[in-house]
Structure formats: structure tokens, C-alpha cells
Design a protein around this ligand. Structure first.
Ligand code: ADP
Ligand code: MG
Length: 497
């Protein structure tokens, strides 16, 4: 007697209906379709299709035992259930509907495996999209035995290579790092909730936040962690509105233990999304769950975000990340070279560290480029080669103006005669032009302080240092001044092409 898949599934549904409350049954079980029923040596295998990864999350989070027992009852002790999860076209980056489920690649300890039911999760082929990659569930994907434990984990979007171990500490990130470690050890239990990391691009915000997640996950694999960018959160929320599934969305986000929202500044101007996030934030916070956020500037400077949300961002701890100083840049480069098994001379490391200053992503970019070049050309990495390969990354050679040319751009801008910056005059506007011109000479040329001083009417090197410092200070405190310097920098860039 061959049984049909629908009949078998209907039998299961009858059991579920008896146990599950009617609204939940309607929401979570009725939309599931039986696809096939196969019997092989290992026993019967029923495949059912789930409308979205979110169903899968939900069923496995809420009804694992019920489902397992029912399958055993209906199909026998060897029975297996296979979920085919429909993945909608488009992004697959997080755990909520419309995106693909990617189960953790590492199966958990074997003692946790269930014998009653073996669950085989397979990334579903959307008929017209060709076969998708199989879900990474275990060593043998043909008949994957996955633990219910793994099945019920939220796919957390964590990149396992972003760990504390690989994060080099420096003055620029010390506070953010140590707070992150404290949080990772006891998420939700420190006073750093929410925890906000802010700073410019490429300084390690994402790395650090992911490290919190990875640490917490390693500590307790049951812990539900979700990392998501504010943009991804927004997109999912809009999709949820479109599909009338806002309450699912809310429930899903409120079910995590640690929510990491990257680049929260992109919530700016998105009122509905902010409102939704506000509610999720409150629910998580009240439930003692940890919230970690990042932004590209301090919370008080983020525009277009509701006051009540901004004030919540400041409830816990906000820690800044600064561009790395020279020593940290050297340490990071050494570390990366070591991790990648690269033999790089110290002078090359120093060369990069001295010239690539703005952020860590650029440091990495420089190393990767060197590596690529040396592999392709079968040459060792040495200084001459590095200078050549990194020519355009290195500021000094990109701007190839002389001191005189820089003086003339700056004086043009301030509309004063060039010879005045070299003269003795201490008139306010001349002093300003002189200092700014010295600053650019120091920042953008290879000349020594002494040479620069000489070109400014034979001034001392300490005058150049002072000018440079004073321009830096003003840039810190006066945004108009900073804008002006940036504008000038742009003019210099144009001139040097
Ligand atoms: P952000 O999110 O602030 O833009 P990321 O976290 O993406 O920056 O960091 C950019 C790159 O630099 C990543 O590859 C990251 O691993 C690396 N990185 C940043 N900070 C450090 C650090 N302190 N030690 C080692 N690598 C770092
Ligand atoms: Mg980032």
C-alpha cells in the first residue's frame, strides 16, 4: 500500500490541530504543503514545503518536540521530515522572511542529535531559478542529520572570522573593545545596554559588534543572536508591511536575545521603521536582552532620528572608535600579515603604516594588493615593489604639487598675495593663510619641517609644527573651518591631476 504525501501530512495536521491553538494552527501549519513521500532503506521520508525561512524558524523554535513526536507516530521510528524552504528572489542575508535560511555550517555535538526524527533541511529550488546551493547542515548533505538544537537557532548573520582574537587593541579602540568584551561575556547583564559604537568607516565597528555575537554564540549556542544592518532591517520591515506580516516581523525580532544593528544612522528619515524599531527596542530592553548598535557619528549628531529613539541610544554606553595611530597601524599590519602567512619585511610594514592613515580597511586593502601582485608576478614583497604597487594609495605621490604651488592655491583661495605668507607680517588673515599652507605642505608633501619652514620666509621647523597643530585643533572644534579645509583640499586635488 503506497501512501500519498498529502494523506500523511493530513494525518500529521490532525494531531497538530488537536494540540495547537487554532490561530497558530492556521498561521503556521495550514500553509505548509506536502511535497513528496519516499521510502528507502533508512525509512520513510516526508518532504514538506515551507513558504519562507521564517516558518522554519518559527516551527523549529516553537514546536520541535510536537513535530518530532508526530512524525514518529505517523511514519514510524525511522521516519524523517524534510523541510523545503522557499526562498524568495532577492536578498538572503538575514533570518527573517524573504531571505534564505543558512544554518550554521558546524553541526553541534552528536549527543544532541535526536533519534526519533531526523530533519533534513534543504535550501529549496525555486522552480525557475535553478538549483540553489544546499543548506550547509552537516557533512553528508544527501541525508543530513541535523540536531533540533541547530534547527532552532536563528541564523545570526555572523561572520566567524570577526573575533576578539583577531581584533588588535590600540588607544583608538580601547574603550569600545573592553566594553564589547564585557558585554559578550554577559549580554544583557551589564549596564552597557544598549551599547553604541560610533566612528568613521573602516575603523572596526562591524568587526567588534560581530565579535560580541561570535563570543556569545560560542559561550552558549542556544543564545539567539541576530546581526542586521539598519538598511536590511528597513527592507525587511517594508516587505513585512507589503505582505501583511508586520506582527510576525515584530515577534521575530522580539524573540532574539542579542540584537545587533549596524549603521543605525541609516534609520534617519525613516519614521515608520524607527517606530517599529522603537517598540522592538523597548521590548528587548525590558526583557533584559542585549542591544548593540553602531553609527558613523555620536548619537547626538545623528539627524533625522526621533528624539525618543536617540535618547534611548544613550541609555547605556556610547563608545567611540578613532582612526588608528601609527603603532596600532603597524600592529594591525603585522597581525594581518601573520594571519595570512605573509612574510613581509618590517620596512614595508612601516611604509604602509606611515602612508595609509585613514582607516583599517585601507590598510587591509594595501596588504591584499601587495599579496596579489607578489603572487601574480612571483616576486617577494619588498619596499621598492610596495612603493610602486601602492603608488595611488599613498597620499604623497598622489598630490605632486610643490611647496610653492601649494602656497599659491591657498593664497588664491584667501585672496592674498603669495609673498605675504613668506613675509614677516602677523596680520590675522595672513597668519591664517600661512598656517593653512604650512599644514598642507606638511600633510601632502614629503618635505621635512625644516625645508617647509625655509620656504615660508626662513621660519623655524617649530613654527611649522605649531601651524599644523593649530589647523588640526581648529578642524576639531570648528566645522566651518573643517569644511573650508576640505574644500581647499579638493582644489589641491584638482590642481595636481
Ligand atoms: P567599520 O564597520 O567601522 O566600517 P569594519 O569593522 O568593517 O569597519 O573594519 C574594516 C576592516 O578592518 C575589517 O576587515 C576588520 O576586520 C578590520 N579591522 C578593523 N579594526 C581592526 C582591529 N582593531 N584589528 C584588526 N582588524 C581590524
Ligand atoms: Mg561597518
Amino acid at each position: 500500500m503506497t501512501r500519498k504525501p498529502d494523506e500523511v501530512w493530513k494525518e500529521c495536521l490532525d494531531t497538530f490541530r488537536d494540540v495547537v491553538d487554532p490561530p497558530s494552527f492556521k498561521t503556521w501549519f495550514e500553509p505548509v504543503r506536502a511535497m513528496s513521500l519516499e521510502t528507502d532503506d533508512a525509512g520513510a521520508k516526508l518532504t514538506v514545503r515551507l513558504p519562507s525561512p521564517f516558518f522554519y524558524e518559527w516551527l523549529e523554535a516553537h514546536y520541535p518536540t510536537l513535530i518530532r513526536k508526530t512524525i514518529t507516530k505517523v511514519l514510524g521510528p525511522e521516519g524523517r521530515l524534510v523541510y523545503d524552504v522557499v526562498i524568495e528572489q532577492g536578498d538572503r542575508s538575514s533570518g527573517y522572511g524573504g531571505s534564505g535560511i543558512k544554518l550554521p555550517a558546524r553541526p553541534t555535538a552528536s549527543e544532541e542529535q535526536t533519534n526519533e526524527m531526523r530533519v533534513d533541511a534543504r535550501r529549496q529550488v525555486d522552480s525557475d531559478r535553478g538549483p540553489a546551493a544546499p543548506l550547509q547542515t552537516g557533512p553528508d548533505d544527501g541525508n543530513v542529520t541535523t540536531t533540533t538544537h541547530v534547527m532552532s537557532a536563528v541564523y545570526s548573520n555572523l561572520n566567524p572570522s570577526y573575533t576578539f582574537d583577531r581584533f588588535v587593541e590600540g588607544d583608538c579602540n580601547r574603550l569600545a573593545r573592553s566594553a564589547s568584551v564585557a558585554i559578550a561575556k554577559q549580554p544583557g547583564k551589564t549596564s552597557f545596554n544598549p551599547f553604541m559604537i560610533y566612528g568613521g568607516v573602516g575603523l572596526g565597528k562591524t568587526h567588534l559588534m560581530q565579535a560580541i555575537g561570535n563570543y556569545a554564540k560560542a559561550n552558549d549556542p542556544q543564545y539567539r543572536i541576530l546581526y542586521v544592518s539598519s538598511e536590511r532591517f528597513t527592507t525587511e520591515f517594508v516587505q513585512a508591511i507589503q505582505h501583511n506580516r508586520v506582527s510576525d516581523f515584530t515577534v521575530f525580532y522580539q524573540s532574539v536575545d542579542l540584537l545587533v544593528i549596524d549603521d543605525a544612522q541609516f534609520f534617519a528619515g525613516k519614521e515608520k521603521t524607527q517606530e517599529e524599531f522603537f517598540h522592538i527596542f523597548n521590548a528587548l530592553h525590558q526583557g533584559g536582552k542585549q542591544i548593540v548598535l553602531s553609527a558613523d557619528r555620536p548619537p547626538r549628531d545623528i539627524e533625522g532620528i526621533e528624539e525618543r529613539l536617540l535618547s534611548r541610544f544613550q541609555w547605556g554606553l556610547a563608545a567611540d572608535m578613532q582612526p588608528p595611530d601609527l603603532e596600532t597601524r603597524i600592529a594591525i599590519l603585522r597581525r594581518k600579515a601573520e594571519d595570512d602567512g605573509l612574510a613581509i619585511d618590517h620596512d614595508v610594514i612601516e611604509f604602509i603604516a606611515h602612508n595609509v592613515k585613514s582607516n583599517i580597511r585601507e590598510l587591509e586593502g594595501a596588504l591584499i594588493r601587495l599579496l596579489a601582485f607578489s603572487t601574480l608576478n612571483k616576486r617577494d614583497i619588498e619596499l621598492v615593489m610596495a612603493k610602486d604597487v601602492l603608488r595611488d594609495l599613498v597620499k604623497d605621490s598622489r598630490i605632486n604639487l610643490t611647496i610653492d604651488e601649494l602656497q599659491s592655491v591657498v593664497c588664491d583661495y584667501f585672496q592674498i598675495p603669495v609673498d605675504l605668507v613668506c613675509a614677516k607680517t602677523r596680520k590675522r588673515e595672513v597668519v591664517r593663510a600661512r598656517q593653512v599652507a604650512m599644514y598642507f605642505c606638511k600633510e601632502l608633501t614629503q618635505h621635512s619641517l625644516k625645508t617647509i619652514g625655509l620656504h615660508f620666509g626662513g621660519r623655524d621647523h617649530s613654527t611649522v609644527i605649531h601651524a599644523n597643530q593649530s589647523v588640526h585643533d581648529q578642524m576639531e572644534t570648528d566645522t566651518n573651518f573643517r569644511d573650508m579645509i576640505e574644500e581647499l583640499h579638493h582644489k589641491i586635488d584638482l590642481r595636481s591631476r
